[in-house]
Each structure stands twice: as C-alpha cells, then as structure tokens.
Design a protein. Structure first.
Length: 359
C-alpha cells in the first residue's frame, strides 16, 4: 500500500497535484483540484504554492493512514504533527454549509490569536485545553455581541471533526473548563409607521426596495430572499414554500403565509425557475438600504437582518403569541424568539415616552 503525491504540469504553467494510490492490488489517482500550484512570479505566489504543498502533504498522510487502517481492520494511526490551521483551511475549503463564511471568520480569529501568542506552527500534538481557554478569552475580548459564542461554537465543530478523524487522540474539549459567553447587541427594529415612511421614500434601487419591504412583512432572511424563485410562490393558496437556509436543521419545508402587502410586492409571475427579486450582492444591498433609511430620516442602524428582526418584533408588539411568531420565523425553538419579546417591550417603552406630559 502506498500514497504518493505527484505533480502534473499544465500547458498554462500551473501544476496540478494528485495522489497516486496503490492499495489491495489496485491503483487509482485522486486529483486535488482545489490545491493547484500557480506559476510563481513573485514572493506571494511562492508562499501560496508552499502553503498548498503543505496542505497536500497533510491530505496524503491522512489518506495513507485511512487506507492502512482499512487493510488491517485497525483504527487509522494519523500523524498528529499536522499544523492545526493548515488542516482547518483544508476542512473549510470543502465545507458546503451556509455558514462557511463564519467558519472562515473563526479561522481568521484563531490565526490572529496564535500570532499574538507567537505560535507559528501549532500542531494537533501540541494544542492543549489551556490554550483553548485562552482563545475563549481572546474571542470574548475582541468580539461584539454574540460573536464570541458563535465563533467558538464553530471552532468546537472543527475540533470535534478532527477528533473523529483521528488527528486528536482524545476529545480535548472535554478538558476545557471555560464556557464562552456572548451577549447579543440590541438590534434596531422598524415600526410599522417607519416601514410605511420607507415605502414612500425615494431609493436608488427599486428592486432592493421591493425586496426589503417584502422581508419586513414575511421575515425572510437575506440568504432566503436572494434565492427565492417563483416555483416557491403559491398565489392560489397565498403561501410560499421554502427551506430556510439557517433556521432548519433537517431541510424541512416551511409554509409562509402571504398577506395582501406581500402579494402586491411580488409583481407579475414568471416561470418557476426565475428569481422573484433581481438583487445585487449582500454588501451592495445593505449599502443601498443604509442610504435609503438615512434619506427617510430614520435614526436607526438597519441592515437586512434588521428587516427580519422588525418582522418578529412587530408580530410580538401586535400581540401575536411567541409560539406562532417562532413558527413564522422558522425558529427551531422559542428560545431564539425570546429576543423579539424584549425588543417589543423596548418599542412599547419608547412609545409611551413619546407622550410624556409635563404637569
């Protein structure tokens, strides 16, 4: 049995990395398509190639150990001298879930933390619970709101995967005594009156306006409204059916009712595969949204997520029970919905403060 890392030069000067595998009398090749080497013309290119070669070698070692364990019906013995951040980079490169950007974010934070600690080549062999607890402290000190808690949850997810793959001999997280806490920032929500003011305010992109108002009355998150197609819209029953990308764990479909306002914002129906809204990037949409809110003279910090937050808050404010609100938002439990109760209370308090009378 052998696993050899080989290079194949391409016509354009790049190099493709492949694993030449011999096992049980068979031979096959696995191409590492995401780790192609570029034609180096500067130090940055050479560093890029060096990093990809290191990742390819880590994959070769893991593949060899996997095959060796299979041949002898043994648990694979994997080299735990592999650099943690390099393994995490490879893990994220093949990660396909909706929070991939967040996974990359926590890796960036971990690299920054290691730079502060002056640990350039932390391996699975040398990582320990004390270091992880120090990373928790770093996250809490350098993150806002629930950021620290969210980052650490994803960091743990990667370490658990590394443990299952055998890079860690023990589940190191069992020995971590610190808990990562995060406190959610108070998010601004638009009142129904403010949403109406926005609807009458000029905006640079009518399509962003239409989609934003649709989010306000349906609670759709950006990732869901961006990919919403006409095939999900059921005008005859006044519902739309979708799988909410971040709120559902098992890809369960959710039926979201459409009121008169939502239906009026849909426009003319198109074929089933067409997108309902033709939208720019998330950054572009948020920039347009920010300018729109400012032009409407609404003194609140509003991003696309605040539109969803406004939907939940207005439901609670108008006495819709928390269980119904939770279902309309696609939450897996009511604990996630409780934040809208607090926001609604703040909205009520602000409302009563507006009619203070000096006696």
């Amino acid at each position: 049995m052998s696993v050899v890392l080989r290079k194949r030069k391409n016509k354009n000067g790049t190099i493709t990395l492949r694993l030449d595998i011999h096992s049980n009398g068979k031979r096959w090749v696995e191409t590492l398509s995401k780790l192609q080497l570029c034609k180096p013309t500067n130090p940055a290119d050479r560093e890029f190639n060096k990093r990809n070669l290191q990742l390819a070698e880590a994959i070769r070692i893991a593949k060899s150990a996997e095959l060796q364990g299979g041949e002898y019906d043994l648990e694979p013995v994997i080299d735990n001298n592999i650099v943690v951040t390099e393994w995490m980079t490879e893990y994220i490169s093949t990660y396909t879930k909706a929070d991939k950007k967040n996974m990359s974010g926590v890796l960036g934070r971990f690299k920054d933390f290691l730079a502060v600690k002056k640990l350039k080549k932390l391996t699975f062999k040398t990582i320990d619970p004390i270091l992880i607890e120090e990373f928790i402290d770093y996250l809490e000190k350098n993150s806002r709101g629930e950021g620290a808690k969210s980052y650490y949850a994803r960091f743990k997810k990667m370490l658990k995967h590394a443990y299952r793959k055998g890079f860690l001999k023990h589940n190191i997280l069992d020995k971590v005594e610190r808990t990562c806490h995060g406190k959610a920032d108070k998010k601004d929500a638009l009142t129904l009156e403010e949403i109406q003011i926005l609807s009458q305010t000029r905006i640079n992109s009518p399509e962003v306006k239409r989609a934003a108002l649709f989010s306000c009355v349906t609670g759709l998150a950006w990732i869901d409204i961006k990919k919403l197609t006409w095939g999900k819209i059921k005008l005859e029953t006044r519902y739309m059916t979708l799988v909410r990308s971040k709120q559902t764990k098992y890809n369960d479909e959710i039926d979201v009712p459409l009121n008169d306002t939502a239906i009026s914002l849909l426009g003319e129906p198109k074929d089933h595969k067409s997108f309902v809204f033709q939208l720019p990037t998330a950054d572009g949409a948020n920039a347009t949204l920010k300018d729109w809110v400012k032009r409407a003279k609404i003194n609140k910090k509003i991003t696309w997520h605040n539109l969803r937050h406004s939907f939940g808050t207005n439901l609670i404010f108008n006495k819709i029970d928390i269980l119904t609100t939770s279902k309309l938002l696609g939450h897996s439990n009511t604990r996630q919905t409780e934040r809208y109760v607090h926001a609604s209370e703040d909205m009520k308090r602000l409302g009563t403060n507006m009619i203070n009378i000096k006696l």
